[in-house]
Ligand binder design. Structure first.
Ligand code: ATP
Ligand code: MG
Length: 564
């Protein structure tokens, strides 16, 4: 492609709101432009790279028997009502003025709608259906460029099986395909056990890339490879030790003491002597959650333990539930379910709220004073704690989720009545899996991990072009003629070539642009070299360069590309 005729609007500076490297570089390299918060256009260079990602995905999905669909983004609202997900997605779902339609944030509903009509018998199963298609989510905080958009492209696949055992097979196929896709794209990923969130279902795993731009936090053990989203990650911790003697419960007047910090300051005690109380509502049942004073409630684990969605109690309803406002709430005398973190197991001599404003209790013995208390792991694993699988030390860091594979089970097929007849003629719901990949995220994560101070450093698989051919002074016939010849020969040899044939651009400007755009190999034609029958070959990643005979350019390009 001739650069003089190609729209690649490079920029010296990135816009102020671009903070993470991939956002900065995709903007500066003329790959993307923002249209509105979280809404991006892909310009020709960016779209070429994104198409490379999609081709890799297609090849690997087809290799496991996936069949490509293209579903509508505009969906009848009614079908989303049937699965209860208009409510589940809440504000994240885009509604349009015509109340009969929504913009699809994912496609379990529509895929199941098709399955319901055609997958009638066990003979029709298994199926793997996928698509690469635009999704709409009204993300509360779109940021980091295309990493979190309000419109984005997802590869979403769905498996349909007869039973759990068959689902395992479909799930394993996707797991394998995903590893190949991310390997081929050149992103360094790891896999974590995850919570299944609003999607429902049993097992699920996320494919993650370590990155400061990430919004997920994961616990990872370098030694044994244990990795899990902190929403579900476990660590080996010891429960708080039970004192030999339990003191009697005493009520303490604590005026204006609202937080654990204030309580510790007021009573000159340590946080670990306190039981922190948080009121949640699960369904319509109030639940008091107790944590060791210095720890936070892990709501994903709480939902797992209770088996239902929870929400923190509103400030206004606390008094009605407990008899006190936030800051004075505690387990003794609480009317309702009390669930405590395992570290508090049978702990005594604790301080907590008295369920009476401006009062706390001391000498609480959870075994003695709180009837029917339940215990569960409700805390966040922290960096430096001990790995549950091997005993080494856990690291905790941020990461970006590239893909997610779920064993959905029958949530959607039951809601929408997608049943099949088994060998004995009895009707059963189809067992589903769903498998997503963020297409733009692959591209952005690749750039997060592969750039330098000059720009992007593409690998061969994702590069918009294999070779960047630079004609340094196009006004000189020797240069122009050599470039035309090299451009034709490299193209004929099967390489994709971006040819900087711009007549008015200075050499320094062309070099800067080429390093910013980051094609794996640069072939540079200058006047003196051209007259001597030579050109320069440069590997973008290492800046390794050497002169070579023009006659050898195909061989030289192959050798240089083999180094990336
Ligand atoms: P996140 O936790 O980052 O919001 P998610 O759990 O909502 O992701 P899924 O519903 O599993 O994501 O979607 C499948 C894939 O789509 C994700 O693994 C991610 O790569 C991509 N994805 C999800 N939301 C966005 C978004 N707002 N912008 C770009 N890609 C996204
Ligand atoms: Mg999300």
């Amino acid at each position: 492609m001739r650069q003089s005729k190609t729209f690649i609007p490079t920029l010296k500076e990135a816009p102020n709101d671009a903070v993470v490297p991939s956002h900065v570089l995709m903007t500066r390299a003329g790959m993307t432009r923002q249209v509105a918060a979280g809404v991006y256009s892909f310009l020709p260079l960016g779209w070429r790279a994104l198409r490379n990602v999609m081709e890799i995905i297609r090849e690997e999905m087809d290799a496991i028997g996936g069949q490509e669909f293209q579903l509508p983004a505009l969906n009848p609202r009614e079908i989303w009502e049937e699965t209860g997900r208009v409510e589940a997605f809440g504000d994240t779902m885009f509604h349009i003025k015509n109340r009969d339609y929504v913009l699809a944030p994912t496609h379990e509903e529509i895929m199941t709608y098709h399955a319901r009509r055609v997958l009638a018998s066990y003979k029709d199963l298994p199926q793997i259906w996928y698509q690469i298609q635009t999704k709409f989510r009204n993300e509360a905080r779109p940021r980091s460029g295309v990493i979190r958009g309000r419109q984005f492209i997802m590869k979403d696949a769905y498996s349909f099986d007869v039973d759990a055992e068959a689902l395992e097979k479909s799930y394993a196929l996707h797991d394998g395909a995903y590893r190949k896709i991310f390997d081929r794209c050149g992103v360094e990923f790891f896999i974590v056990g995850a919570s299944s969130g609003a999607m429902g279902g049993s097992g699920s795993e996320e494919f993650m890339v370590r990155s400061d731009a990430g919004e997920d936090t994961v616990a990872h053990c370098e030694k044994c490879g244990y990795a899990a989203n902190v929403e579900v990650a476990q660590s080996k911790t010891s429960p708080k030790k039970r004192d030999a003697k339990s003191a009697a419960v005493e009520e303490i007047h604590t005026p204006n003491v609202r937080s654990i910090d204030e309580l510790c300051e007021f009573l000159k005690i340590d946080e670990t002597q306190c039981a922190k109380s948080r009121v949640y509502v699960a369904g319509d049942e109030p639940v008091l959650v107790l944590m060791l004073g210095n720890e936070e409630v892990n709501e994903a684990k709480l939902e797992g333990a209770l088996g239902k969605a929870v929400r923190p109690g509103h400030a206004e309803e606390l008094k009605e539930i407990t008899g006190a406002d936030a800051g004075s709430i505690g387990p003794v005398g609480f009317k309702g379910r009390v669930v405590a973190d395992e570290r508090l197991k049978d702990a005594n001599n604790l301080y907590s709220g008295a369920n009476k404003n401006d009062y706390h209790l001391g000498g609480i013995d959870l075994k003695r004073d709180v009837e029917k208390i339940e215990y569960a792991d409700l805390r966040f694993a922290l960096a430096g704690e001990t790995c549950v699988s091997c005993g080494a030390t856990l690291d905790v860091f941020t990461a970006i989720e590239l893909g997610h594979i779920f064993k959905l089970g029958t949530k959607y097929t039951e809601a929408l009545g997608a049943n099949y007849l088994d060998e004995n003629g009895s009707e059963k719901p189809i067992i589903m899996g769903s498998y997503g990949i963020g297409v733009e995220r692959i591209l952005a994560c690749f750039i997060e991990g592969s750039h330098d101070e000059h720009g992007i450093v593409w690998n061969r698989a994702l590069a918009p072009f294999d070779v960047h051919l630079l004609g340094l002074n196009m006004k000189k016939p020797a240069v122009a003629e050599t470039c035309e010849d090299v451009y034709r020969r490299l193209s004929e040899a099967g390489y994709s070539v971006l040819y900087d044939d711009r007549v008015d651009a200075q050499a320094g400007f062309k070099f800067k642009d080429a390093d910013l755009l980051g094609m794996p190999v640069q072939v540079v034609v200058g006047e003196r070299n051209a007259k001597e029958g030579k050109l320069e070959v440069k590997v973008r990643k290492t800046f390794e360069r050497h002169d070579a005979p023009i006659a050898d350019v195909e061989k030289e390009a192959a050798a240089a590309l083999a180094k990336v």
